[in-house]
Design a protein around this ligand. Structure first.
Ligand code: BTN
Length: 282
C-alpha cells in the first residue's frame, strides 16, 4: 500500500468513526475505501468470528446490493454505505422476528436525520415509505437491506445494510424522478461520520425496546407517526393482482394495514409486495 492510499484510508477512518458514542452498536467499526458490498463483508467477518455490534462502512461499493436482487449504485465520496452485524445470543431474537429489524433501522435513520436536519432549517422532514425507504421531499434518500444467516433453527447473524445518499447530485436516468440526497435537499453539508454516530445511537435504544417487546409494539406510535403512507391512498402491487386502499399504519409485526373500499382491512406482508402512492413513488 503506498503512502497516499494509507493517508486516504486514515482520513476516511477519522471522518467516519469520530462520532461513535454507543455501548455496542459500532464497536468495533471496520472502514474500507472500497469493498464489493458492506453486507457481504459483514457476512465474511461474521464467519471469522466478528462480534455483535460490529459495523462495516465503505467509501464505495463495487457490488452494492439492493432489495429484490437489484444493484445499489455506490459512487465514492458521496454517500454512506454501512452494515451492522447482529449476533443475538441465546435466542434474544428468533428468525421470524428478523425482518422487523429493517423497520427498526428505518425509524433509527429517520430519527437521526430529524435530529441533524431540523424541519425549521431544512423546510422538510424525513419520513418512512413502508416498509423501510426513507423519503425526503417525496424522493428516496435511503434504502435498507436486511440479510440473515441461520445456524440450525437459530439466528447465526442478521446484517442490516443501510445506504444513504448524502451528497450525490447526479443520479442514473432511471432513478432521477425518485431519488435525491440529503445535501441536495438541505443545500448544506452533512457529516457522514456524525450521521453514522446518530443512527447507531438511535438504533441501540430502539433495539432494546424491540428485544424487550419481542416485536414492534413499543415502536408502533413512533413508526406510524413517521409513515408517509398513513391515511393516504396506496396501490398494493401484489403479484396475485394489484389493488387500491388507504394505508392505516402497521401492525406490531410490521405488516401494513390497508383499508379496502368496502371497509374491510388487509394486512400486507413486505416480502411479497410493494406499495406506491396513487400518483407516483409516494
Ligand atoms: C434498497 O434496495 O432499498 C436497499 C439498499 C441497501 C443498500 C445498502 S448500502 C450498504 C449495504 N451494503 C449493500 O450491499 N447494500 C446495503
Amino acid at each position: 500500500m503506498d503512502g497516499q492510499k494509507i493517508s486516504n484510508l486514515e482520513n476516511l477512518k477519522k471522518e467516519l468513526t469520530g462520532h461513535i458514542h454507543t455501548k455496542w452498536a459500532g464497536q468495533p467499526i471496520y472502514v474500507y475505501e472500497s469493498i464489493d458490498s458492506t453486507n457481504a463483508e459483514a457476512a465474511r467477518l461474521s464467519a471469522e468470528g466478528a462480534e455483535h455490534g460490529a459495523v462495516i462502512v465503505a467509501d464505495t461499493q463495487t457490488a452494492g446490493r439492493g432489495r429484490r436482487g437489484r444493484r445499489w449504485e455506490s459512487p465514492a465520496g458521496d454517500n454512506l454505505y454501512c452494515s451492522l452485524l447482529l449476533r443475538p445470543k441465546e435466542r434474544t431474537i428468533v428468525p421470524n422476528q428478523a425482518p422487523m429489524l429493517t423497520l427498526v433501522m428505518a425509524v433509527a435513520v429517520a430519527k437521526a436525520l430529524q435530529r441533524m436536519m431540523p424541519e425549521q432549517i431544512s423546510g422538510t422532514t424525513p419520513v418512512i415509505k413502508w416498509p423501510n425507504d426513507i423519503v425526503l421531499d417525496n424522493k428516496k434518500v435511503c434504502g435498507i437491506l436486511t440479510e440473515m444467516r441461520l445456524k440450525g433453527t437459530e439466528i447465526d447473524h442478521v446484517i442490516i445494510g443501510t445506504g444513504i445518499n448524502v451528497r450525490e447530485r447526479e443520479f442514473p436516468q432511471e432513478l432521477c424522478a425518485k431519488a435525491t440526497s440529503l445535501e441536495a435537499v438541505l443545500g448544506q453539508k452533512i457529516s457522514r461520520g456524525e450521521l453514522l454516530g446518530e443512527i447507531l445511537e438511535e438504533f441501540e435504544a430502539l433495539y432494546s425496546e424491540f428485544v424487550q417487546a419481542g416485536d414492534l409494539s413499543r415502536l408502533l406510535t413512533i413508526y406510524n407517526d413517521l409513515l408517509i403512507n398513513k391515511d393516504r391512498e396506496v396501490t398494493v402491487l401484489d403479484p396475485l393482482g394489484e389493488y387500491f386502499g388507504i394505508a392505516r399504519g402497521i401492525t406490531g409485526t410490521g405488516e401494513l394495514v390497508v383499508e379496502l373500499p368496502d371497509g374491510s382491512h388487509r394486512e400486507v406482508f413486505a416480502g411479497e409486495v410493494s406499495v406506491r402512492g396513487i400518483y407516483g413513488y409516494v
